[in-house]
Design a protein around this ligand. Structure first.
Ligand SMILES: [Zn+2]
Length: 170
């Protein structure tokens, strides 16, 4: 676990995902074995709800797994957890791929459209939308102006390049 958290990129990702308290749980998570949420709370001193929330968030990302055991006498179910931090790089990679696809779609949209703005309302319209209302803002009836999206587009391209480089697509 310590090795995983040593990477600043991984740590930053995990802080965004589960917060400082989640990191706290990861750091104190016993190296071996499987643990119930109650055991983990008792072992680490982190409150039970926070432990559960972190485990569930990790589970959704496939970074934690559980095994369910049924007590034959009471019928109660116990969930025993262990971490799957070996998945972390794959999970981060998948997230980056998803972000990349969204940014590329946005880039296409920005490249394929010409934009008009009402500076009074700060509303943006595509060429077709602006045409439909004869370049007069439907909200305040002022004349729209052409909006230059060059800066936005340049920032998008920069982020796309950076992610591609991280993913080794460049
Ligand atoms: Zn307006």
């Amino acid at each position: 676990m310590d090795e995983v958290l040593e990477s600043p990129a991984v740590k930053a990702y995990l802080i965004r995902l589960i917060g400082e308290e989640g990191i706290n749980l990861l750091e104190k998570f016993p190296e071996e074995g499987e643990w119930s949420d109650e055991q983990l709370a008792a072992e680490t001193g982190i409150n039970l709800n926070s432990v559960r929330h972190t485990l569930y968030t990790l589970y959704e990302k496939r970074l934690a797994e559980y095994r369910r055991i049924k007590n034959n006498e009471t019928g109660w179910l116990t969930y025993l957890w262990h971490l799957r931090m070996d998945m972390i790089f794959e999970v981060i990679r998948e997230d980056l791929e998803t972000i990349l696809e969204k940014l590329k779609a946005r880039e296409r949209y920005e490249e394929e459209n010409d934009f008009y703005i009402c500076k009074a309302c700060n509303m943006l319209y595509t060429f077709n939308e602006a045409m439909d209302v004869e370049f007069m803002c439907p909200a305040c009836d002022q004349k729209m102006e052409h909006f230059d999206n060059e800066i936005l587009l340049r920032a998008l391209k920069k982020r796309i390049e950076a992610i591609k480089e991280t993913l080794g697509h460049a």
